[in-house]
Design a protein around this ligand. Structure first.
Ligand code: GLV
Ligand code: GLV
Length: 329
């Protein structure tokens, strides 16, 4: 008998077919308290789940007593209680490699858009304006040759360093727990402590996962250390920045501008000042949202679930100790 799984995200047709070949699939419309209670019987039987979003914690796991693997169509796994998964021996799979270049492209797009005011100026053109002889009202700031700071040097940070350094002649500073030899050798990146990174960066790009340690890592005190001319970019997870402090800093000129793909609360509330401040470029959490990359993420998530439920995991597992324990048991 094929294992039962719950699918809570739409898949491209060919991938859905592949999933059906391996599993008995119940497809539901997102993972919410409502869908959870509507489809309680499916969760009772499910050995695997696949999708993105939702909250997977001990309370959820109590409703899915047979669960052995969760496959997330994302790199970030902050919506999972990993300790609870480990306690229950549930493998957590994600898609860390396939989206790297695309998210780095998004971060570079935010750097350029915030510096050159691309969205703001484009809106003015659409409204019928054209550059007048007074001109300076339309000016932005240079990107090339400025110092780009990277907070968190993982795969995405490295891909951003490559773009900024080789493409835009930007010196790279970074802060991470460990030195990143490849970033240093290939892109001349210099490790520095957080205070130095805040003080020196012209563009400070955050590429960190959300954990207890990174929650509100950037608050009022940190923003105050940045240059008044600095631009802050975040395409990791919103709560890494204290958003109230950021709004104040953008209003009073503590920093120059921000380019944000992620927010403390998503969707961003329609009354958020971030939607009206002229020095903010806001995107709706679309860092990985290209046709090619979203397909690749879905494909990897399907392969990850097949591997996890057949005990053949080789990569993309957040808690491989669970797999090892189940092989031994
Ligand atoms: C998206 O935010 C992801 O974690 O993939
Ligand atoms: C990633 O950052 C996404 O698009 O979900």
């Amino acid at each position: 008998m094929k294992p039962s799984v719950v699918l809570y995200k739409k898949l491209p047709e060919d991938l859905r077919t592949k999933l059906d070949e391996h599993f008995t699939v119940t497809e539901i419309n997102g993972l919410t308290p409502e869908t959870l209670s509507q489809h309680a019987a499916a969760f009772q039987q499910a050995e695997g789940i696949l999708g993105s979003g939702g909250k997977i914690d001990a309370e959820f796991l109590a409703k899915a007593p047979k669960l052995r693997a969760a496959s997330s169509v994302s790199v970030g796994v902050d919506n999972f209680d990993i300790a609870a998964l480990n306690d229950r021996g549930v493998a957590l799979m994600h898609t860390p490699t396939v989206l790297t270049e695309t998210v780095a492209d998004t971060m570079m797009a935010l750097v350029l858009a915030a510096a050159r005011r691309v969205t703001e100026v484009a809106e003015r053109v659409k409204a019928g304006e054209w550059q007048s002889s007074i001109g300076a009202d339309w000016f932005g700031i240079d990107v090339h040759h400025k110092k780009l700071g990277i907070l968190g040097m993982g795969r995405i940070g490295l891909a951003l360093a490559q773009r900024a350094n080789l493409g835009f002649s930007m010196p790279i500073l970074y802060n991470a727990r460990k030195h990143h030899e490849e970033a240093e050798q290939r892109f001349g990146a210099t490790w520095c402590d957080l205070d130095t990174l805040l003080r020196e960066s012209d563009f400070l790009c955050i590429s960190l996962p959300l954990t207890n340690e990174t929650h509100h890592l950037i608050g009022r005190e940190q923003l105050a250390k940045m240059k008044h001319s600095a631009v802050l970019i975040n395409a990791g997870r919103g709560p890494v920045i204290d958003e109230e402090a950021l709004i104040a800093a953008l209003k009073d000129g503590t920093i120059h501008a921000a380019g944000l793909d992620v927010f403390e609360k998503e969707p961003l509330p329609v009354d958020s000042p971030l939607l009206t401040l002229p020095n903010v470029v806001a995107l709706p959490h679309v860092g990985s949202a290209t046709h090619e990359t979203r397909y690749g993420m879905a494909r990897d998530a399907v392969d990850n679930l097949i591997a996890a439920l057949s005990g053949k995991v080789e990569k993309n597992c957040v808690n491989p100790q669970v797999i090892i324990a189940s092989r031994q048991g």
